[in-house]
Design a protein around this ligand. Structure first.
Ligand code: ADP
Ligand code: UDP
Length: 236
């Protein structure tokens, strides 16, 4: 597989074309941003950890019936994936109140939710990724009703599988963000990443944060937190 020209550079990853039009290579950077790009920094080693963790989890999900874009890990930071047209939504899954939900509803962070909450945000940096509902999504034509049914079912299944996986590692999965896309033949697959950049992980006993909130909130021990979660999941 030949790595060809760069198609896109995002905040955390670069995307490259390959000699197969159905496949692209994602290249994970150590760059970190928060608050819609207002806060910028570097988290040493993050790209390697996010690449390995994402691939490990995508393989586990795929085995359990969730189709993903994953094809093959080609290096520490690079992975071959199916090229998709991204559904322009951030799909947020929440088990415990934190972050923007806590702010919006005045809930103390850590308040358990009676049931899983699904939220959708329109992926648009200029607008600050505004929250939208299924009526907005249908009205704007971002995804049809059947696609949204499938996205919701996959997102809840991913949550079940991740909760089951992280529990014995003494990690509470508080919330996370998923992205979905469609391959050339129209198949819906899970895309992008699943990492401490996109999930809130709290130690089950100490409630210590093991994710990007350490960077967002200047809590210190950022690299150590990424290393700890990676160690628990991958043993490395
Ligand atoms: P951002 O665009 O938010 O700065 P990243 O730095 O993570 O985010 O950039 C990666 C980009 O690649 C994102 O826009 C993401 O939606 C997109 N992407 C993820 N998986 C795929 C895929 N399989 N095919 C095409 N694009 C993808
Ligand atoms: N999230 C993400 N990318 C975003 C926004 C949120 O990966 O652009 C993740 C975030 O890491 C958290 C979950 O989605 O695990 C819910 O985030 P929230 O809405 O609370 O936003 P935040 O507090 O990060 O602004």
């Amino acid at each position: 597989m030949k790595k060809l020209e760069q198609l896109y550079e995002g905040k955390a990853k670069k995307v490259f074309a390959t000699d197969d039009p159905g496949l692209v290579i994602v290249d994970y950077k150590d760059d970190a941003t928060a608050f819609n790009g207002l806060k910028k920094g570097t988290i040493e080693g993050k790209g390697v950890i996010n690449n390995r963790m994402t691939n490990f989890l995508m393989k586990m999900l795929e085995k359990n019936g969730v189709p993903t874009h994953f094809v093959e890990e080609i290096s520490d930071r690079e992975t071959l994936v199916k090229k998709v047209e991204i559904v322009p939504l951030e799909v947020i899954v929440r088990n415990v109140a934190a972050g923007s939900l806590s702010k919006r509803l005045g809930l103390e962070e850590g308040t358990p939710l009676r049931r899983t909450v699904l939220e959708y945000c329109y992926k648009n940096d200029d607008l600050g990724d505004p929250m939208v509902n299924e009526y907005h999504i249908a009205a704007m034509g971002w995804a049809d009703d059947q696609t949204m049914k499938n996205i919701a079912a996959y997102a809840l299944k991913v949550n079940e599988l991740l909760l089951r996986y992280f529990k014995p590692l003494h990690v509470d999965l508080i919330d996370f963000k998923l992205e979905f896309g469609k391959t050339a033949d129209g198949t819906l697959v899970l895309a992008d990443e699943i990492s401490p950049d996109t999930c809130r992980f709290w130690d089950s006993d100490t409630h210590e944060k093991l994710d990007k909130d350490r960077f967002r909130r200047d809590l210190g021990g950022v690299e150590e937190a990424y290393a700890e979660i990676s160690h628990r999941l991958l043993g490395e």
